[in-house]
Ligand binder design. Structure first.
Ligand SMILES: [Zn+2]
Length: 280
């Protein structure tokens, strides 16, 4: 149930410190777009505050961690999922009726309420009262994927923890093709590339093998035989150019490679290569 690959590591680290220093507040709102690991992190937090291990928490292996992972811990309660249309006052009341009881076996009773934007106004009011008068040894973890500004009253009674989408990592190969073949105004890319000889060499090797594909295509070799199957469109476009143009490009790639090896003016040479690729 808990996928460690989907836990926000930075948030967990922060909570580990808070717990170790006994500075955990009674309510947190995990706010951020969908797909930012809020739910998984919420469950991992429930494990953290109840873990029985003396080492790094949550250990994932003690009885408490395992019960929470399987959804069977008597002191950890959750409501809200992606299929619900709304969270009603009955749902909140049922959940909160458990907040008044002593913890059965855990150190801390944990209540996870997902997608709090789905609460009806009555449900939100009931929750607000609990947030104002928290029972001892309880931890409320709320999540929302709408901007938390629209939940002012709830927000003012919780600590807000923001979750962000991680930047998509574009593979280096794709980036080279995008910048060198598809984008004429790639000054920033060329500048960055030219500061790293290894990356420059890698990029030039890629371009060389791409233009070999182009020459093969132009000589009538079938597309299936080409190396860069994800750049067939681009290869076809270049195959329409004259042999002399393509030869010029290939020679400029080789020349630039030589300059990288000798640590000479690589950036200027890359700029010239760009001119050859684009001007015909
Ligand atoms: Zn544990």
């Amino acid at each position: 149930m808990i996928n460690s690959a989907q836990i926000n590591v930075a948030v967990m680290e922060r909570f580990r410190r808070l717990t170790a220093n006994h500075r955990l507040a009674h309510a947190y709102l995990l706010a951020g777009p969908q797909g930012t690991a809020k739910t998984q992190t919420a469950w991992a937090l429930a494990q953290l505050v109840n873990c029985e291990s003396a080492a790094v928490k949550p250990c994932g292996e003690c009885a408490s961690c395992r019960k929470i992972a399987s959804g069977n811990h008597p002191d950890v309660h959750a409501i809200g999922n992606d299929e619900m249309d709304s969270i009603k006052i009955e749902d909140i009341r049922f959940l909160l009726s458990r907040a008044q009881l002593m913890a059965y076996e855990g150190k801390t009773k944990v209540f996870i309420i997902r997608n709090i934007e789905l609460m009806t106004p009555e449900a939100a009011n009931a929750l607000l009262k609990t947030l104002e008068e928290p029972a001892p040894n309880t931890l409320m973890i709320l999540t929302t994927s709408v901007p938390e500004d629209s939940l002012d009253t709830i927000k003012s009674r919780c600590h807000v923890v923001k979750f962000f989408l991680k930047k998509e990592i574009i593979p280096f190969d794709r980036k080279v093709f995008d910048e060198m073949i598809l984008n004429r105004n790639n000054d920033a890319f060329l500048k960055e590339l030219s500061t790293d000889p290894q990356e420059t060499s890698k990029a030039l090797r890629l371009l060389l093998s791409f233009f070999r594909d182009v020459l093969l295509l132009k000589s009538g070799v079938s597309k299936a035989a080409l190396v860069h199957q994800d750049c067939l469109k681009e290869a076809e476009k270049f195959a329409a150019r004259r042999f002399e143009d393509l030869d010029l490009i290939m020679r400029q790639i080789v020349r630039t490679k030589g300059l990288v090896d000798e640590k000479l003016n690589v950036k200027m040479s890359l700029g010239l290569l760009r001119e050859h690729i684009w001007d015909y």
